[in-house]
Design a protein around this ligand. Structure first.
Ligand code: URA
Length: 425
């Protein structure tokens, strides 16, 4: 049967279900360049407005997987398990988590992306390490998984090419925020990667893609359903992203904090979530190990060193330091009641830690160090934050982003719970 892009767009515009044949055709034809960008943009907007049900979303995911090749990971003699985060401010959890789960006996194939906007990207963080290389061939990924047990690298070009093209289009057409499109985008890459189990860290709050618990739960439910439809055991944790994770935001600053965690210290929230995600991953992999004990033993740190060295990085090399550091002082005495994740993420981004367009470079050393946390008592003039940058002209913009993000008051508050819910296995 022949299809026309206009008919597919009109069907979704008029709130009909897309048939399997329509989905298969439109995704394949778009990847080949036979459906034009403006037609796919119209369809993405119709999907954003009128939705897709679970069956349509599972089929859309399959069509995106079939637009490229699945990564044929070899049997490395251990269960494969991966995690994906929907992205947040100060979210460096992959860095300690991948070597920790590998040190517990699983193999972690973590194909990652770069950051866009105020949320950082794992590859940008690791690229702060002198010599570290993100691009690996499929053979190098397989070899490193077998030898080290963990690999964090860029997705290969043949993995879900339809998603790469469609995500770039959604980014410039106001159509990123569609739950079925986000769910199918994330899951197509993870299913094509060939992991055996998947833990999703779905962030909720001001610094996350999705601000409300209900929207995050819906995304989690959709992704778990797609995993089930494709035979991939998937579990989602809903976690708080209303304040930044840990005490650092920015690439080299976050690597240093991840290393602290791997050496057995580090901020309690980063340690708590790393262990919660590790337990979920090990549960899916059927491994009975205590990640807290493995972390304390130093075995995860050893895997980290081998994982970085395998990709050309020098784990012992000093990390880049910013040429300019400025302090933000507490404007009043009292309790720090607000340290908003979006405000801190935007400040770090403006200092040079993030990019506005995907072709822009990032500054390895730029970012924000938090010197106080929510619930801490501060006195007027105390240092609250350090702003790190190589471009001092960026500081006023960063300070402006922080203005509405900090509050000091008299009432005592604590940081709310980190784990907000769970969906799936
Ligand atoms: N991350 C993805 O990989 N895809 C989306 O659509 C949104 C976030």
């Amino acid at each position: 049967m022949t299809h026309s892009a206009v008919d597919v767009i009109a069907a979704k515009r008029d709130r009909h279900r897309l048939t399997d044949a329509q989905i298969d055709w439109v995704v394949a034809a778009y990847t080949r360049g036979e459906v034009a960008d403006e037609q796919m943009a119209a369809l993405a907007m119709a999907i954003l407005l009128n939705g897709m049900d679970d069956a349509e979303t599972a089929r859309w995911t399959l069509a995106m997987i079939e637009s490229g090749e699945r990564l044929a990971l070899p049997d490395v003699g251990r269960p494969l398990v991966d995690k994906h985060s929907t992205g947040g401010v100060g979210d460096k959890l992959t860095l300690p988590l991948a070597p920790l789960v590998a040190a517990c006996g699983a193999a972690v194939p973590q194909l990652s992306g770069r950051g866009l906007g105020h949320t950082g990207g794992t590859l940008d963080k690791l690229e702060a390490i002198p010599g570290w290389r993100a691009e690996l061939s499929a053979d190098e990924i397989a070899a490193q998984l077998a030898e080290v047990g963990a690999v964090v690298c860029a997705t290969t070009p043949s993995l879900a090419p339809a998603d790469r093209k469609l995500y770039a289009l959604r980014d410039v057409t106001g159509t990123v925020a569609s739950i079925p499109l986000i769910a199918s985008s994330i899951m197509s890459k993870k299913i094509a990667e060939g992991t055996g189990g998947l833990v999703l860290d779905v962030k909720v709050g001001s610094g996350a893609f999705l601000r409300t618990h209900d929207a995050a739960e819906e995304l989690a439910r959709r992704m778990v359903a797609i995993g089930a439809a494709h035979g991939l055991s998937t579990r989602a944790l809903l976690t708080d992203m209303s304040v930044p994770l840990g005490r650092t935001v920015g690439n080299a600053l976050e690597v240093a904090e991840a290393v602290e965690v791997l050496r057995g210290s580090g901020p309690p929230d980063v340690v708590e979530l790393t262990l919660a995600l590790a337990r979920a991953m090990l549960g899916l992999a059927g491994i009975e190990a205590d990640p807290a004990e493995v972390l304390a033993s130093g075995r995860a740190f050893e895997v980290w060193e081998r994982m970085i060295a395998a990709q050309g990085g020098d784990p012992a090399a000093p990390l880049p330091a910013a040429t300019h550091v400025e302090i933000v002082e507490a404007p009043a005495s009292g309790i720090l009641t607000r340290l908003d994740a979006l405000a801190v993420g935007t400040a770090a981004w403006r200092l040079g830690a993030g990019r506005a367009r995907k072709e822009h470079p990032v500054q390895a050393a730029a970012g924000v160090r938090l010197l106080a946390g929510v619930g801490d008592e501060v006195r007027a003039g105390d240092p609250l934050l350090e702003l790190h940058t190589d471009t001092p002209g960026a500081v006023p913009g960063a300070r402006a982003a922080l203005d509405a993000g900090l509050a000091i008051a008299d009432e005592p508050v604590g940081r709310g719970p980190l784990l907000l819910g769970e969906v799936g296995a």
